[in-house]
Structure formats: C-alpha cells, structure tokens
Design a protein around this ligand. Sequence first.
Ligand SMILES: Cc1cc2nc3c(=O)[nH]c(=O)nc-3n(C[C@H](O)[C@H](O)[C@H](O)COP(=O)(O)OP(=O)(O)OC[C@H]3O[C@@H](n4cnc5c(N)ncnc54)[C@H](O)[C@@H]3O)c2cc1C
Length: 442
Amino acid sequence: MGQDIEQKSGQKIECDHPLYHLKRKVWNSHVDRYPAVIFECQRVQDVLEAVHYANEHGLKVSVRGGGFHPAGKTVKDNAVLIDVSQMNEIQVDEISKLAIVGAGAITAEVDRITQEYGLAVPLSMNSQIGISGLALGGGIGHLRGKYGLTSDNVVGVHLVTGEGQLLYVNKFEHQELFWAIRGAGANFGVVTKFEFQLHPVGQYILGIDVVYDYKDCKQILEKAERYRQHAVEDISFNIIITKMNQNFPCVRLVGMYVGELNIKSEQEIIQPLLELATPLADNTEITLYGDMQCKFDSYIQEGITFEGISLFFNELHPDVIQLLMDEVNESELLVVIHLIEMHGKVNQISHQETAFYIRDASYLLVIEAEISSDPSKTQTWFDNLYKKLLPYSYNQISYLNSTQDNEEVTRNAYRAIADKLVALKKEYDPNNLFCSEHNLID
Ligand SMILES: Cc1cc2nc3c(=O)[nH]c(=O)nc-3n(C[C@H](O)[C@H](O)[C@H](O)COP(=O)(O)OP(=O)(O)OC[C@H]3O[C@@H](n4cnc5c(N)ncnc54)[C@H](O)[C@@H]3O)c2cc1C
C-alpha cells in the first residue's frame, strides 16, 4: 500500500498571515490575484468548513490542486481559495488495479508509487503537474494511445458540493455528474479524492527523443502525419518546434513506446518514426518510465511569465504548417509550438461517454511564449495567431487545460455540450459557487 494517511487539521490563512503571499502564488507568475482567505486543507472536514465559510460570507470559491493552470484559474480575487495540495495520500490496490489518490497529489508522486507495482495511470508529460486539474479537464500524456486520457481512467471521485454535501460519484451514483467531471470537472465542487484505473506499464519503456534541423520541418510534419495514420496504440509522440534556444529554431520529436521490443518492432514501428529526416541528435533509449515522465520538466521554471493558446485539428493542412513556420521565423518572442498527435484509445472512446467529447481530432496544437517586456505586444501576437488558425481548427475547439482564458474560447470548447452542462450546474451548484474555471452560468 501507499503513504500513511495523516489526519492533521488544516489552517485558515488570511491576508495578514505570513504565508498569504506565498500561498496565493501560481505557476504563471503573470497571474497576481488576491483571495479573500485561503483554507489550506488536510482533511475532507477542512474542505466542508471552507465551503461553509464561503456560503456564510457570500463569497465565491476557487480550488487549488497543483496550481499549474496556465491562466492561473486556481486563484480568484476576493474568493475563498480552497487549497487541497496537501491532501496527497496515495493508495494502490494491486488486486483490483485501482489507485485511490488524494486531490493534491502531483504526477510524479502518483507515478512513483504506482510504478512500485509495475502499474501506471495515464498522467501528464510533466511530472510536477497536479492530478486534479489534469484529470478534471482531460489529461493528455504519453499513455494516451494505449490507455486514453487521465479523465478516461477516473472510475470515481469524492466531491464536496457548493451546498456542503459530500458525494461519491461514479458510473452508478450521480451518473450525469460523473459524465461532467471527466472533462468539465472544475465547475461542480471540490474533488477531495480520485479513484483511478491502473494499467500494467513496466518500469522500462522506450523513450523517443530526436532533434532535427529546422530546415526539414515541413517534411517532418508531413511524414509524421503519414506515420500517425497507421500508428500502433503502444506509441505516442509530440513534435516540438522551438526557438527557445537563442533564436536558433529546431524541431524535436519526443515520444514513448510501451510495447514489446524486438527486431520486428524496432524495424517496423520505431525506426520509421526516427527517420522523419536526418537527425541532428538521437537520444532515443530504453529508460525508466518515471524518468521519461520528467522529460519536459525543463520547461517549468520558477517565476515564468507566460501566455498560451491551444486548438485541436483533424488534419495538418499545408497552410497551417506554413503559417506555423512563418510565425517561428518572424516572431521576436521565445515561442514553443507543441504538436501533440492523437490516435488509438484516446480517439476510440465515444463522444457521449465523458464531457471531454473531442474524440476524432488528430492533433492538439499548443503554442506558448514567454511574455515579452511589452505584455500587450505578446497578447496581440497571440490574438492574431489564434484568429489565423481558427478556420483550420477542429470546430474551433481549444483544450481548456492548456490555454489562456476568455469567453470566446470557453464558448467554443463547450458549444456541443453546453445545455447538458448548464442543467447539471443548476442541479449541483445552483449558486454558482465554483466559477473560477470556465464560467457556465452567471
Ligand atoms: C508546464 C506545464 C505542462 C503541462 N503539461 C501537460 C500535459 O502533459 N498534459 C496535459 O493534459 N496538460 C498539461 N498541462 C496543462 C494541465 O493539464 C493544466 O494546467 C491542469 O489544470 C493542471 O492541474 P493542476 O491541478 O496543477 O492545476 P490548478 O491550477 O490547481 O487547477 C486547474 C483548475 O482545476 C480546478 N481544480 C483544481 N483542483 C481541483 C479539485 N480538487 N476540485 C475541483 N476543482 C479543482 C482549479 O480551480 C482550476 O480551475 C501543462 C501545464 C503546464 C503549465
């Protein structure tokens, strides 16, 4: 079994408390918000008390898991901030292949404990990300081809509603809410605990990491698309186009293969992917699953100020490829473009099964840039780029976990399921206590 479960009680942190400014900070240091009070919770009872406090004082609520949402939605001005980050106990039931995970756990903590049993939950590609925001909004990781999204592997949650009720939500109890929390989950209450399906993923996997010359970018993207169309479920890959390195653009292929390794799989599955162009460097190697999960951690820097957009695509139109290359060439900003391919299990789950209903997209495009000395210039660059990409995108839908926040982006993302979500919101959070995420009702 996992860690010991502590039963300390939490603390209430008001604005004159020495920890107040530390505790209101989120990953994106551009976000600077002032909650009315912070409840640092250790137990479900602390969460219930925090919700009670919010109701009594007529305040809204925001919830902090790992604090990594790029738009900093975890903190809201003048609201009660319910911080569950210390509720991070993890237990593994090896027989039923279930992990019971406290809402404050991060990807690295869950990976470390589940890997002791040769098991894994599909989590993020960055080891520091909180599992809460990740699972409630989707969760796209290296295991997506074989086992789907993080949210696809949620089998139950314990959730405190805005009216202070503790519910157990799964496919039998509060079925409709169970649908909603897997994709639009930050709108309905405070999740205190997740139950995840575990899968056999041995300690060693093949970590794919190849650097190509930027001049081959077009060819790489075209060949990658042909590969994706017939890719096996055991593999997943991302293409990263970046100018982070002193204005010297390069293309990097990062992926994971969790299938059997033998001469046939090397020749037929691995090698064709490594040969999208002539590599400048090839660091592909058999490595620990846990180490591979940290591969993108270098992108996390303390005090980063950051903007970002995301859009799904069902094809990589040549105009989109050209547009992205032009932007990388011309922009003065330090830009990182992630093309996250989607195939296999992540696309096989039906549209109706969860509130993450985008199931036939081929790519998620995430574009990030460090905010320049002139933030309005960065914002304008993103606004223009978003407008240019929108007509090519998959129904104009963004991944709400990886994007800046505005009304248009939210409306587009929820358009097809808005009526159902609003009906559930009225049932489970009629006073709209949880409105820090992507607001559904006024
Ligand atoms: C550097 C970086 C790398 C990333 N890598 C990936 C990746 O590989 N794959 C991927 O899919 N995404 C990735 N993301 C996006 C990530 O999924 C989101 O940032 C996600 O929201 C993070 O979860 P969190 O708990 O850390 O966030 P938080 O900011 O704490 O929470 C995000 C939202 O969920 C709500 N929330 C948090 N906890 C709870 C709870 N217990 N109950 C109810 N609501 C809650 C918050 O109020 C907020 O609205 C990355 C983001 C960054 C910044």
